[in-house]
Design a protein around this ligand. Structure first.
Ligand SMILES: Cc1ncc(C[n+]2csc(CCOP(=O)(O)OP(=O)(O)O)c2C)c(N)n1
Ligand SMILES: [Mg+2]
Length: 497
């Protein structure tokens, strides 16, 4: 893959059919960095006060706005204003009342639950991530929100979306089908069909909202959990399964959908995204790049280095951090003494925190950040405040380190449910619509199950292919050794290997 060839292809694409998604130039953002402060558009009570995590919900509720440093701007001010997120044009329609319901909470037992409850309680007081100086009341940080957990549409002074009923149904459809696919994959792992699965349960809005903000010619660098983003990029879902089944090295050609391979080495894809974005800028293309990463990854040196390079080279990259509160068993407050989005300030670009369970807000904010990047204004950090509802992967048991109450509290903020309530209340989706999505949901499940059971095993020697573009002596040696080893089995001749 070369940046040059990709850029040429992109240009061809643009001059051909053009982007499927209409875009509008964002207003020029205010100068300055993303210093958080009290701001308008604070989400409704209980909808995602992140600081309750560190300071206790009650304290957070009664907290007064923090004093503003003279001249300091809020994160929202520093970020693009009035995001031209109109007509973000999510694809598709159809629907279902029932989002997939399979939940992977791991194995439970009474003693591990007790331990988890103790651990969760124990970590809270020791987490001053958002506390103010001694004696002062906790600082509240703005959480950008357009749809509350109760399904109420609210406004924000800096970010908005204006979507048709069809587009709203499309977002709902994306989230429902992605959840179903994810639930099927978890079940397939339990049945021994996959080696492992990393569930996205609970993070559908963060992924669908951000991915539907992308243009076709933008480029995505995902982690291993971005199944919703892959869905929006039209990557065949069975390709993702192939990787977790261990029958391919990643499965898809990144340049077909501008969706890079899943990356397991935590944080490294953020550097790749930045380097790629620097290339995009050098090519003079007007597309943008988005790099996904987690709260845990934010502690990696790679991410800090990516921030530095992106900032000083003004790279057209959006850093999209899904803060799902956990890095396997490590809570988010062990990653940072300040909210993650505020880190951007130190690197010289804006950072904002969005309700990661609000698909509309995620769409609006990401679209604004992408347009900002495309128009040469450099990187931006988006912290999507969300929750990993399931286990880290199917190899994990979260009941050993976190309390059920925490998960239950987040269930009330479910990203799919709040959009369903809104659609129904506003008469934007009827019974036929939900029934048709339910049928589609079942079809996805069936397709995935059939695909995995008919997926061919790779040739045993295929593991040595594509390691280096031009081959390597050590790989050749290992290949020969492995071939000898296989040949030592009595039945090797029958298998023809
Ligand atoms: C460089 C590196 N260190 C450690 C790991 C092991 N590891 C896999 S996932 C993970 C946690 C990542 O947490 P986060 O970034 O919050 O992403 P999430 O899994 O929550 O989506 C770790 C430490 C790894 N894959 N790569
Ligand atoms: Mg995490």
């Amino acid at each position: 893959m070369t940046v040059e060839s990709t850029a040429a292809r992109k240009t061809a694409r643009r001059s051909g059919t053009g982007g499927k998604r209409a875009t509008k130039q964002a207003d020029a953002p205010a100068e300055g960095q993303g210093t958080a402060g009290p701001a308008a558009g604070r989400p409704e009570d209980g909808s995602g006060q992140p600081e309750a995590e560190a300071a206790g919900k009650q304290a957070a509720k009664t907290a007064k706005p923090a004093a503003k440093t003279p001249g300091a701007k809020t994160a929202a001010q520093a970020a693009p204003k009035k995001a031209a997120a109109k007509k973000a044009a999510p694809k598709g329609s159809g629907t279902s009342r029932n989002a997939g319901t399979t939940r992977d909470a791991g194995t439970k037992n009474a003693s591990s639950k007790k331990t988890a409850a103790k651990k969760t309680a124990a970590r809270k007081p020791a987490a001053p991530a958002t506390a103010s100086p001694a004696g002062a009341e906790p600082v509240q940080h703005e959480l950008i929100q357009l749809l509350t957990p109760a399904g109420e549409r609210v406004t924000h002074p800096d970010y908005d979306v204006d979507l048709s009923a069809e587009e709203l149904r499309g977002l709902y459809r994306d989230m429902v089908l992605t959840r179903r696919f994810d639930a099927e994959a978890t079940s397939l792992q339990r049945q021994g069909e996959l080696g492992l699965w990393a569930s996205l349960l609970g993070q559908e809005a963060a992924q669908i909202g951000s991915a539907r903000a992308l243009r076709d010619d933008d480029y995505v660098f995902p982690t291993y959990r971005e199944h919703g983003v892959a869905w929006c990029r039209d990557v065949d879902p069975t390709m993702l399964l192939g990787m977790f089944r261990g029958v391919n090295h990643g499965g898809w050609d990144p340049n077909t959908n501008n969706f890079h391979l899943y990356t397991i080495v935590i944080g490294s894809q953020v550097l790749h995204a930045t380097g790629y974005a620097m290339g995009v800028a050098k090519d003079g293309a007007d597309s943008a790049v988005i790099g996904y990463f987690g709260d845990g990854a934010s502690s990696q040196g790679d991410v800090s280095e990516a921030f530095t390079f992106a900032s000083v080279y003004n790279a057209p990259v959006v850093f999209f951090c899904q803060n799902n509160q956990w890095a396997i068993s490590e809570p988010a407050e062990r990653q940072s003494r300040v909210p993650i989005y505020q880190r951007a300030q130190g690197f010289g670009f804006p950072g904002v925190r969005v309700d990661g369970n609000d698909v509309l807000a995620c769409l609006a904010v990401t679209k604004a950040a992408l347009e900002r990047a495309r128009s040469g204004q450099g990187p931006m950090l988006i912290e999507a405040f969300t929750y990993r509802m399931g286990a880290h992967t199917t190899a994990d048991d979260p009941t050993r380190y976190r309390a059920d109450e925490e998960r239950e509290a987040w269930e009330a903020k479910d990203p799919i449910e709040r959009l369903r309530v809104y659609l129904e209340k506003e008469g934007l989706a009827d019974d036929t619509f939900f029934a048709s999505l339910e049928a589609e949901n079942e079809a996805v499940g069936k397709r995935v199950r059939e695909a995995i059971r008919t997926m061919p095993d790779p040739d045993t020697m295929a593991i040595f292919e594509n390691v280096y573009a031009d081959g390597h002596a050590l790989v050749d040696e290992e290949r020969a050794q492995f071939a000898d080893y296989l040949a030592s089995f009595a039945d090797s001749a029958e298998e023809g290997r």
